[in-house]
Ligand binder design. Structure first.
Ligand SMILES: Nc1ncnc2c1ncn2[C@@H]1O[C@H](COP(=O)(O)OP(=O)(O)OP(=O)(O)O)[C@@H](O)[C@H]1O
Ligand SMILES: [Mg+2]
Length: 257
């Protein structure tokens, strides 16, 4: 399946993007002149240390946050505001507590007046795909953290976005659940062929999922390095090649940038 994925076209781009926040007249420069592309159907990981501006960058790609300088393009058009063609999966998924799993997943298509038959078919398809078959009628309060994130992913996919933007979606999960979720997400991504931009500060997660990793420096963040990850999928985290790349990236982080 992987060979058939097309990863040549430019889906999004960041051109000379900088971001500063101003509080009480004081400037905090978070991102400093970033330049990179997101290719169609690729799984791009933005990897960076804590507070380096990863969420800010993802929100700018989503159109939630504005750039201070530079331009973000999606299919050649300037990103100026949020749009349902770009879905965001947050670190902690905020589900509607009064809606069931099914209600939460079909919420987007419902508000876009997608016909009931298609809506119900898609909703069930994504609930099955994230492994929540049998939990359609459960309420968020009845779900574990990992299950809630699964609902968040199903909800994002069910909107049929052009690009999925994920902000450390597994950051709050225990190691075992996190690993299961990474495997699940890889399967969904291989099945659905969507462009994903995924933020993490976990090297193993980055190497397990990415076609390409963009390594960001400490704040104010620049692009430190870029790694194309050609290892076959699913990846084996104790494979010598995997470990070699892990070491290489660790060294780049430790080099103090
Ligand atoms: N709206 C805002 N106003 C002022 N400062 C902000 C705002 N949003 C973020 N910041 C600051 O920008 C910096 C980067 O924040 P951001 O949340 O993007 O980093 P991050 O890499 O996602 O952090 P983490 O690893 O904790 O998720 C932080 O110092 C934060 O305090
Ligand atoms: Mg963040």
């Amino acid at each position: 399946m992987e060979q058939t994925r097309k990863m040549t076209d430019k889906k999004m781009s960041c051109g000379n993007v900088s971001k500063s926040f101003y509080t009480k007249g004081k400037e905090l420069k978070v991102l400093d002149n970033l330049n990179f592309d997101v290719k169609e159907n690729e799984f791009l990981v933005l990897f960076g240390p804590g507070q380096c501006g990863k969420t800010t960058l993802l929100y700018m790609l989503a159109g939630i946050e504005k750039t201070t300088e530079g331009e973000i393009l999606h299919n050649g058009n300037q990103v100026a505001k949020p749009d349902c063609s770009r879905a965001v999966v947050y670190q902690t998924t905020a589900l509607f507590p009064w809606l069931t799993v099914k209600g939460n997943v079909e919420y987007g298509p419902k508000t876009r007046n997608i016909l009931k038959e298609k809506r119900e078919k898609d909703t069930q398809h994504f609930i099955d795909l994230v492994g929540l078959k049998g939990f359609e009628n459960s309420y968020p309060v009845q779900l574990s953290g990992g299950m809630k994130q699964r609902v968040g992913i199903a909800r994002a996919y069910c909107n049929d976005p052009d690009v999925l933007l994920m902000d450390e979606p597994f950051g709050h999960l225990d190691a075992q659940t996190r690993y299961m979720m990474q495997e699940s997400l890889e399967k969904i991504w291989l099945n659905e062929k969507k462009t994903v931009v995924f933020v993490t500060n976990n090297i193993e997660e980055a190497l397990f999922l990415a076609d390409r990793i963009i390594l960001l420096t400490n704040c104010p963040s620049k692009v430190n390095a870029e790694y194309k990850i050609d290892l076959p999928r699913p990846r084996n985290i104790v494979d010598p090649e995997f470990l070699k790349l892990r070491q290489e990236i660790s060294n780049a982080i430790d080099s103090g940038v």
